[in-house]
Design a protein around this ligand. Structure first.
Ligand code: PLP
Length: 362
């Protein structure tokens, strides 16, 4: 552990574990290419180091959400195929082209604006999300007027699933059928992609030619009804600033929401909602120190969080010692559940004040 004395908290990202997770997904979808989804700064873990590690392990295709993310990734990975899920914002086509980015075209307008570039693009078909993508009517229009796709080498035809984290949800089969039917109307021989993390684990029918895992790479459980097959990649440790004795009738924190009922000890940790500890964790979250789970008491403040550490010895709980908010005994999905959210939101909310350390950096 190399936490500078001045730093309030340590975020350790295990790049080897991310690569292992990518390999596990790839093995589960052995007949498909496994891409890597690194949008939103690789879900808060650092787009460039994560993408570099995946590329070194053999990942050739990457997905980002925005053109700006694509431009940043292009600078780090000159050779990779980089897909931009949001497509080209109006007027940004030349910039995407200049950086060799592959837009995911979501509408007939985006298709028209990309024509004439003679550069690859992906098509996104909406099969039930009603978010981005060509509608069924749009796809029929393309089939009837194929000249609309002239001059666009299609790199990929894709769609996205709404309920893949619920195995057996009727939407899953419905979207699969819709994707097969709609994609069959488009030019033959173009690789197809339907699966994000959870979809990979629905089975081979959903794999097609390329799978697009994000969350699973970062240790979030893609199969919430079953034990997590993915390795944990993240450890988040906050530094104790002060340990104080408390006793009834004291209260802890804003709003005096925690009433002390007995003699005890409170550890004050240098992390708060400004660092991504959701305020909903107040009186509900847990940390781990010395192999023991310790509850959050009182509200989460902007820069501080208070834990009940009653009964733990001073050799363990002292200023400068670290409490795990996320770690081996407290995976990210557990913290998310305590916060009333999902692991995706915990990761993408991680703040900027941590000292960051990457394990396995190449
Ligand atoms: C974010 C995203 C993914 C990755 O989803 P995970 O659930 O994180 O694996 C894949 N495809 C699309 C279209 C996305 O927006």
């Amino acid at each position: 552990m190399t936490l500078p004395a001045s730093a309030p908290a340590l975020l350790t990202v295990d790049l080897d574990a991310i690569v292992a997770n990518w390999r596990l997904v790839a093995a589960n979808a052995a007949n498909a290419e496994a891409a890597g989804v690194v949008k939103a700064d690789a879900y808060g873990l650092g787009m460039v180091p994560v993408a570099r590690a995946l590329a070194a392990a053999g990942c050739r295709s990457f997905f980002v959400a925005t053109a700006d993310e694509g431009i940043e990734l292009r600078a780090a990975l000159p050779q990779a195929r980089i897909y931009v899920l949001g497509g080209p914002p109006p007027g940004a086509e030349d910039e995407l082209a200049a950086h060799g980015l592959i837009p995911v075209l979501n509408s007939l307008e985006q298709i028209a604006a990309w024509r004439g570039k003679a550069l690859p693009a992906a098509l996104h078909l909406d099969t039930g999300m009603s978010r981005l993508g060509l509608s069924g009517a749009d796809v029929h229009r393309l089939a009837a007027e194929p000249a609309r796709l002239d001059g666009i080498p299609l790199a990929l035809v894709m769609s996205h699933m709404a309920c893949a984290d619920e195995d057996g949800h009727p939407m899953n089969r419905r979207q699969l059928d819709a994707f097969r039917a709609l994609s069959s109307l488009l030019p033959a021989g173009v690789p197809r992609s339907l699966a994000a993390s959870s979809t990979v684990f629905l089975g081979a029918d959903w794999h097609f030619d390329l799978v697009r895992p994000g969350a699973a790479l970062y240790g979030i459980n893609p199969t919430p009804a079953k034990p997590n097959p993915m390795a944990q990649v993240l450890r988040l440790q906050g530094k104790i600033l002060q340990v104080r004795d408390v006793d009834s009738p004291m209260t802890v924190g804003y709003g005096a929401t925690h009433r002390v009922t007995r003699k005890g000890k409170v550890a004050v940790v240098a992390m708060g909602y400004a660092d991504g500890l959701h305020r909903s964790l107040g009186n509900r979250g847990f940390g781990v120190i010395g192999g023991k789970r310790v509850p959050v008491v009182g509200r989460i403040s902007m820069d501080l969080t208070t834990f009940d550490v009653t009964g733990l010895p001073e050799t363990v709980v002292h200023p400068g010692a670290l409490i795990d908010l996320v770690g081996p005994m407290h995976p990210v999905d557990e913290l998310a559940e305590e916060a009333g959210t999902i692991g995706y939101e915990i990761l993408t909310s991680l703040g900027r004040r941590f000292h960051r350390q990457y394990l396995g950096e190449t």
